[in-house]
Each structure stands twice: as C-alpha cells, then as structure tokens.
Design a protein around this ligand. Structure first.
Ligand code: ACO
Length: 338
C-alpha cells in the first residue's frame, strides 16, 4: 500500500499577513561623518543611503523579529498558538545556539510551533519562502511564520568606512498559509556559488576560526567584503535569476506590478532595472531610510509596499535578492491579500 504521507495533493501557498519593525535610533550619514572619513555626499552618490536604524543594547535579532512577527500575525488575523513552524532567516542570530526562532517562539507565545533558523545572508527571505512553500503546499503544516531579522550593527566594523555606511538593523515577518482561491507562488529561481565565498564573509567565531584573542585583535568577527566584486556579481546574478523566474511562468516585465529588489545599493537597483527593463516606478526602494538590512531587506520592503497601498489582489510581484555565499534568487508571486 502507498504511504499516505506522500499522497497529499499540493496546495497553493500565499502570504496572508506581513509586518515589520525597525529600531527607533536613526544614524544619518552626517552621524557617520563624525565616526569615519566619509561625507554625506559620497555615501548618497555611491549608495543612495541617507540613514539607517541601529538597535539599542537591549534590542536583539529575536526581539526585533518578535515585534515584526506580532504585527504580521495581527495583519493575518492569526493567533500565535496557530503557528506550526517559525523560521528565522538571519546572519546575526542572538547566539550560535539556541536558534533565534526559539527565542521568538518564547517571546510571542507560539507554543505549538517547531522552530529553526535559516542562513542565506541577504537572500534569507527568498530561501525561507521556498522552504515555507514546501511545508505548506505539501500539507505538512498549515501556518508558517517566516521572519527575516538582523542586528547587522553587531558584526559591523565601525572603523571600516567602506562597510559601516552600508548596513542597518531591522526585521520583517510574513505569515505563509494556503488559500484555495489563491494563485500563490508562480516561479522561483534560487542559486548559490560557494566558490565566491571569500568575497563576502565573517571569518571568525565559527568552527573554522574559533574566537581567540588574536581573532578579536585582528577584527575578524566583523564582516569583510570586496565591494567592487560583490557589486558586479550582485547585478549579474540578480538579473539572471529574475529573467529565469519570468521565463519559468511565461511573464514579461510588463506583467509585473511591483519589483521588490534587495535593498543594498541604489546603483545596483538601477543597473538591474537597465537590464530587466520595466517602468522605474515599479522598483520599490526604501534603502535611503534603512540601508541594507540583509535578510530583513526584502520582507521589510514588501511589508511597507503592502501597507502603503502599492499592492492589490492579482498583482504580480517580483522579489530579487543576493548575498554572501554567494546565494541569490528571484521569486514571483501573485498577491492575494486585499
Ligand atoms: N567615504 C569616502 N570614500 C570611501 C568610502 C566612504 N565611505 N568608502 C570607500 N571609499 C573610497 C575608497 O577608499 C576608494 O578610494 P581610493 O580610490 O583612493 O582607493 C574609493 O572610495 C572608491 O572605492 P570603491 O570601493 O571602488 O567604491 P565603489 O564605487 O565600488 O563603492 C561600495 C563602494 C559602495 C561598497 C560599492 O562597491 C558597493 O555597493 N558594493 C556592493 C556592496 C553590497 O551591496 N554588499 C552587500 C550585498 S550582499 C549583502 O547584502 C550581505
């Protein structure tokens, strides 16, 4: 007899609620002028970033993620007890273990959920969405709470002017469920290239280079990046992934109502826009206010787009991301929330 566990028909998967949270503290480019040798004009011209949010000492990835989660659950009309699975996408977990999703579970009272973290750098939300889709479409669980949250300021070298200007803290969350009348996710193209790991990484503190007096003295617990190389790969990879996702579902940029690109650099978004085409107004941008929030970037932008009336039922949304690994991808979904 066939195992009944594998007889489930796949169900359409959609986002039924979103939420986001950013810390109150604003760090402007002018504030950075006082810390490193830079100018507001240089940062604005090279990145498009004006300011970013910085978490307080008592704000962690889990506390920001929990607040975003509460807002997403309220938006979806789902209680914490109804959540079956919590996934936190992050490169700045509260601790190496326990996983940050467990801290979020405790904070919001999602007593029935099982919890794990997912590490795919700035592509964390898209990778998490792919994982959530498998769980929900198969019927294995009904409700996934997917969170992208980062306290990037905790791994930032505040003396490195090429890096500290780029990033910010924040969190976003989405409730992923099945709705019979939803179209759901139309296409996704996820890719990785471990051969390029050295271009963007945090070298120490893991099993490869455990923490020691030397690693701390050499500032190896901070992010390291070859900005120019990352820039080039980010543009090529995100463009290719977006084209692949479009061709998978037979759509063109004309069919896309809104593009949610990873909020890393305005010049990267413009370069992708040049290659993909489509009306520039379709490209959602909030990096001027938040900088690059890594795994939180796409979901915070999606939440802001939804709350500001930029998304309507039936709209096709293209989300694109790229991060350290390298890991990148593009996902197209049909928005079903009124
Ligand atoms: N202020 C003033 N000058 C600066 C600053 C600064 N903050 N930072 C660097 N410079 C200088 C450099 O020292 C260099 O000077 P030099 O010519 O005398 O050597 C000059 O500016 C040009 O430096 P470049 O690195 O070539 O500048 P570039 O135009 O490439 O811009 C930047 C740098 C903004 C980092 C860009 O390369 C970039 O955005 N890269 C992608 C980074 C990114 O998005 N990473 C994240 C994606 S993945 C993830 O999110 C984890």
């Amino acid at each position: 007899m066939k195992n009944p566990r594998y007889q489930q028909t796949l169900r359409p998967v959609c986002i039924t609620g979103t939420g986001s949270f950013v810390p109150d503290r604003i760090m402007t480019n002018q504030d950075l002028e006082k810390i490193v040798d830079t100018t507001d004009q240089w940062i604005l011209d090279r990145t498009g970033i004006r300011e970013r949010r910085i978490a307080g000492e008592q704000e962690f990835t889990s506390t920001m993620g929990a607040e975003a989660a509460r807002r997403a659950l309220a938006d979806a009309g789902v209680s914490p007890e109804e959540v079956d699975l919590i996934i936190v996408a992050t490169i700045t977990p509260d601790m190496v273990f326990p996983n940050t999703a467990c801290y979020v579970q405790e904070a919001i009272g999602a007593t029935h959920a099982f919890c794990f973290d997912l590490e795919a750098a700035c592509s964390g939300f898209l990778y998490g969405l792919e994982v959530a889709e498998q769980f929900v479409s198969s019927g294995r669980v009904d409700t996934v709470l997917l969170i992208g949250a980062e306290k990037i300021s905790s791994i930032t070298d505040w003396s490195d002017r090429s890096l500290c200007i780029l990033f910010g803290d924040g969190a976003g969350a989405a409730v992923i469920q099945s709705r019979e009348d939803a179209t759901g996710i139309l296409a996704s193209s996820l890719k990785s290239d471990g051969g390029l790991a050295s271009l963007l990484q945090l070298p120490a503190g893991g099993s490869r280079l455990p923490a020691s007096m030397e690693t701390v003295a050499q500032k190896l617990h901070y992010m390291k990046m070859d900005g120019r190389e990352v820039f080039k790969h980010a543009v090529t990879c995100m463009t290719t992934a977006a084209k692949d996702a479009l061709s998978q579902c037979g759509l063109t940029m004309e069919d896309i109502a809104l593009v949610i690109p990873h909020q890393a650099n305005m010049r990267i978004i413009k370069a992708i826009g040049d290659r993909l085409g489509g009306d520039r107004e379709k490209y959602f941008v909030n990096l001027d206010r938040y900088g690059n929030t890594s795994a939180a970037s796409v979901i915070v932008a999606l939440d802001e787009a939804a709350r500001s009336g930029r998304l309507h039922p039936g709209d096709k949304v293209l989300m694109i991301a790229f991060g350290g690994g390298f890991v990148w991808g593009a996902t197209i979904l049909e928005w079903s929330k009124a």
